[in-house]
Design a protein around this ligand. Structure first.
Ligand SMILES: Cc1ncc(COP(=O)(O)O)c(C=O)c1O
Length: 446
């Protein structure tokens, strides 16, 4: 059978030969040669394992002294990793910290800012701010989000409304999608009015991979006297950000996707420096002013940095792999990572188009323009669930997102151009062989 593809495998392989990032592949140990799920869980690297092992060794050899005597003392490890992450989001070191999980960070940041911008009945903060509350120059009791968000964001926002006696059905306003894949900026603009206190958007959508213009959305929020917050889970480590320059108010993200720090690894957060000194909605001793933390006073004083949004003790074993991952990423360079990612996703989209032209029922559900595309491609198929299962059976690790998306993530640090060609070939083969039809529709999403 003649190939449906407009590009030969040899041409793809030739690009690997010229790729300066190709050698990084050897530092990863993915469970499959075609591991395309780095937007869900990045694979382990030698570097992540090295720093995790180091911390385990310190725990064994030094015990509690690791807090002060570790190679990177554990006591300030969250701040240290915040400083290491700051360049990836374009922020000052004290505007970033690692803490909690993404969902918990949404709870505490949405809660913190709702307390200042919303008309909260009988609001009383029992922990005092150490900056003037007027630093929060926004007001409105509505949060604008969108209907294609990852659900955890809505669960957290709704809970924060309920805890303030505000009806989430009235106060969470969702921008609708026109096509079930993307959200148009004009529709976000149309949802904004004087009642909006916070615009909370993803930097990229988890299903279609649509990338948003953070600068434009932030400007839009500020024009309406609202704050701009972002869930950057699908971009940090894949797409460079400039949160400070854009004047973003706050952001959250995880480190187990493109930052390859391991399952459930510690999350990150950014809080614009003008808010440092506000008391968080979910205070805990690890966010208390560092200098007086061990005075163990019953009164809470927020640390005057993003570090205030930490809650409990830094979970060293879920933080340590991030250090090695960042060593590797620093070496690779985020600009080169983004450049190659755009080339890989472009190649994949072209090959999927070729399949569609040849009569296969595949379609690309991700925007074509590079500036609107994150790190993965949503490949649509009416039987995406069973196609995903057949691909996995063949060792092509992808995931399925209902109703019709096979998410394929060619992450640049360990995926090459020939790999992308091979994935497209597998997309073709599982249909040609009828193999996918032998799978039952899955009951849950893996
Ligand atoms: C956009 C987004 N936010 C949040 C999460 C998950 O949050 P957590 O890290 O708290 O499990 C995901 C998970 O894939 C996600 O895609």
């Amino acid at each position: 059978m003649s190939s449906p593809f407009s590009i030969a495998r040899e041409a793809a392989a030739a690009r690997d030969a010229d790729d300066p990032l190709a050698p990084f592949r050897d530092r990863f140990d993915p469970p499959s040669d075609l591991y395309m799920d780095g937007n869900s869980l990045g694979p382990v690297s030698d570097d992540a394992e090295r720093t995790l092992d180091r911390v385990v060794g310190e725990w064994r050899e030094r015990g509690i002294e690791g807090w002060t005597e570790g190679e990177q003392p554990w006591w300030e490890y969250a701040e240290y990793l915040g400083e290491r992450l700051a360049p990836y989001v374009g922020a000052d070191a004290d505007e970033v910290v690692v803490a909690n999980s993404t969902t918990v960070n949404i709870h505490t940041l949405i809660g913190t800012f709702l307390d200042r911008v919303a008309d909260v009945p009988a609001r009383e903060l029992d922990a005092p701010d150490t900056v003037e509350e007027s630093v929060v120059d926004a007001s409105g009791s509505v949060v604008v989000a969108n209907e294609l968000d990852f659900p955890t964001d809505h669960y957290a926002i709704r809970a924060q409304f309920r805890q303030r006696g505000l009806d989430p059905d009235e106060h969470l306003r969702l921008v609708e999608s026109r096509d079930g894949r993307t959200i148009e900026r004009e529709d976000v603009a149309a949802a904004m009015d004087d009642d909006v206190g916070i615009l909370f958007m993803p930097t990229a959508l988890y299903r279609s991979g649509q990338l948003f213009d953070v600068d434009a959305l932030t400007e839009l929020a500020h024009e309406h006297d609202a704050l701009a917050g972002f869930d950057a889970a699908h971009t940090v480590g894949a797409v460079p950000h400039e949160f400070s320059a854009a004047d973003v108010d706050f952001a959250v993200w995880c480190s187990y996707k493109y930052l390859n720090a391991g399952p459930g690894s510690i999350a990150g957060l950014y809080v614009n420096e003008r808010y440092h000194g506000l008391a968080p909605a979910l205070p805990g001793w690890w966010g208390n002013e560092k200098a007086s933390q061990f005075d163990l006073e019953l009164d809470y004083t927020p640390e005057a940095s993003a570090g205030a949004w930490q809650i409990g003790t830094v979970p060293m074993l879920s933080a340590a792999p991030l250090e090695g991952s960042l060593d590797l990423l620093d070496e690779a360079g985020i600009e080169r990572v983004r450049e190659k990612s755009l080339e890989l996703t472009d190649l994949l989209a072209t090959l999927v188009d070729d399949l569609a032209d040849a009569g296969y029922e595949y379609a690309v559900g991700t925007p074509r323009q590079g500036e609107r595309r994150g790190g993965h491609v949503a490949v649509e198929h009416p039987d995406a669930d069973r196609v995903s299962q057949a691909l996995r059976e063949r060792g092509v690790v992808v995931d399925y997102r209902p109703p019709n998306v096979v998410r394929i993530c060619p992450a640049p640090l360990y995926v090459g151009f020939a790999d992308v060609y091979d994935v497209a070939e597998q997309l073709r083969e599982v249909v040609d062989s009828g193999e996918y039809e032998s799978f039952a529709a899955s009951e849950g999403v893996s």
